[in-house]
Design a protein around this ligand. Structure first.
Ligand SMILES: [Zn+2]
Length: 376
């Protein structure tokens, strides 16, 4: 059986690996005013609703290469393709949960009962970058917006206060037909209510731009220098006044999402983790590690302490996971992510974990594992 491949997205230290056709008459009312309106919703390749988890899986069979939208129920731990069509084989674009090999699907979030995600199409037809939405049961799929002149997946995407924020490279086509090249990303804001698209920041050489948090009527975004100087800036953009201001200077390793105006910082000695509030400028130590780490990844709800060893010329990384809310480690030991890979922390505190090529819901409270069962 083909090993499942999941898009792994790490903010900051690694790039945001790898995420819509115009419609002028669409029903917009109610889309942006519900309970999720004030939440900053990072868009990655996996997201959750109260009932379940939605994600994209890359599939290769004998004939095709495609991406499929899947759903795993949180109560029953059963996973299915997000498709209601009777007798559907879910292996071609006849299925609305599938995009073919010339398309990319990902960057999803659940907002006010609907799932939003991005598709970039690079095949013969409909080339472009699109925002789609679909009901949580997989019905009523709609094309919400086409980003004109864009066709690659964005580097990062987030939804906040009825607006979609994208970090996206501009593609320049040479007129002589010799090819095309992409530049460093621009920051684009798309308003779901007014259907208006605004370029907040233009591309600048070697500066990488990423939306990473929301606060009041503003967003936080990161600027990272990949030109060799290794600096990073957290900046804030007010979408009413259009003002941009600097809120934190750091190094590229400090790149992460901002939740509740807070970022996490690793100590120079690699033995502590602190929080830093961008609003109040207050620093607080939240974790003293028993063993030193080499570096840290900050995820939404947990921290990954990483120890790196050399295996010949190759790096071999070992991970230890720490739950921020529960203030405890998920497992006792450092392990390679080829053996244990944490994908998502649910709002109820459970985790989606990949272990030995099998998916599980892991409950930190009683350390129990529930196998996720695939329903064909
Ligand atoms: Zn189907």
């Amino acid at each position: 059986m083909q090993r499942k491949k999941y898009g792994r997205i790490i903010i900051g230290t690694l790039c945001f690996a790898a995420l819509l056709a115009g419609c002028s008459q669409k029903k917009k009312s109610g889309e942006t005013s519900g309970q999720d309106y004030n939440k900053f919703l990072p868009m990655i390749n996996i997201t959750e609703s109260e009932e379940g988890v939605y994600y994209v899986q890359q599939v290769q069979d004998d004939i095709n290469d495609y991406m499929v939208l899947k759903y795993a129920d949180k109560n029953s731990a059963k996973e299915t393709v997000l498709c209601q069509k009777v007798n559907c084989k879910h292996n071609s674009e006849e299925c609305q949960a599938v995009v073919g090999e010339t398309s990319y699907m990902g960057f999803m979030t659940c907002m006010d009962g609907r799932l939003y995600y991005m598709v970039s199409k690079s095949g013969e037809d409909d080339v472009g970058l699109y925002l789609y939405s679909v009901n949580k049961d997989g019905t009523d799929k709609k094309q919400v917006h086409k980003f004109e002149g864009r066709r690659t997946p964005p580097n990062a995407a987030s939804m906040y206060r009825g607006k979609l924020f994208l970090s996206i490279p501009t593609i320049v086509e040479f007129e002589d037909g010799s090819g095309s090249e992409s530049s460093f990303p621009v920051l684009v804001m798309y308003d779901l209510l007014t259907d208006e698209e605004t370029e907040i920041l233009e591309d600048r050489d070697s500066i990488y731009t990423v939306p990473c948090g929301g606060s009041g009527d503003s967003i936080y975004f990161l600027e990272m220098d990949y030109g060799g100087d290794n600096w990073l800036k957290y900046r804030q953009y007010d979408f009413h006044t259009k003002e941009i201001r600097d809120v934190f200077d750091g190094e590229v390793e400090d790149g992460q999402f901002v939740l509740d105006d807070t970022i996490f910082l690793q100590s120079d000695e690699k033995d502590k983790v602190e929080t830093y509030n961008l609003k109040t400028k207050k620093r607080e130590e939240i974790l003293t590690c028993d063993e030193k780490y080499d570096f840290i990844y900050f995820k939404i709800g947990w921290i990954e302490l990483v120890r790196r060893t050399k295996d010949g010329d190759r790096n071999k990384d070992f991970y230890k996971y720490y739950d921020i809310a529960e203030k405890q480690y998920l497992f006792d030991d450092f392990e390679p992510d080829t053996e244990v890979f944490v994908r998502l922390r649910f709002d109820d505190g459970r985790y989606w974990v990949e272990k030995d090529d099998q998916s599980y819901f892991y409950d930190l409270k009683d350390k129990s594992w529930t196998e996720v069962e695939e329903i064909k």
